[in-house]
Write a protein that binds this ligand. Structure first.
Ligand SMILES: [Cu+2]
Length: 118
């Protein structure tokens, strides 16, 4: 079956790419956490900057040691979610390079952080 012989190498390559995870782009983990408000300043995130490489599959562990939900928006990446007390995970594919603001859409006084995609 000549048709099958021509098709098979392409199918095998496609399967290999799927098995290696999104075409071989690395999965990286980063941690960021809400830091509670102080007497003089609103809540913040720590660290203030997260750096990844373009095309990384990024798993962000977002900590929240406070008793309230906090917002987690990444401008330019279509992410806008809420982090419940105890924290949760946010996954993104770093498709476009640049510097992107991370902010809490729930609290005006919550200080911003930055995502850098190199
Ligand atoms: Cu907040």
């Amino acid at each position: 079956m000549p048709t099958f012989r021509r098709f098979f190498p392409a199918a095998a390559l496609g399967l290999a790419l799927v098995l290696s995870g999104c075409g071989g782009h690395p999965t990286v983990r980063r941690a960021i956490s809400v830091v509670p408000a102080t007497a003089s300043a609103g809540a913040s995130y720590e660290p203030k900057t997260i750096t990844v490489s373009k095309d990384d599959n990024v798993i962000l562990a977002v900590g929240n040691p406070t008793t309230a939900a906090h917002g987690f928006t990444i401008e330019g990446y279509g992410i806008s979610t809420e982090i419940p007390p105890g924290g949760s995970e946010v996954k993104i594919r770093a498709t476009h390079p640049g510097t992107f603001k991370i902010y809490c859409q729930l609290h005006e006084t919550h200080q911003v952080a930055t995502l850098v995609v190199q």
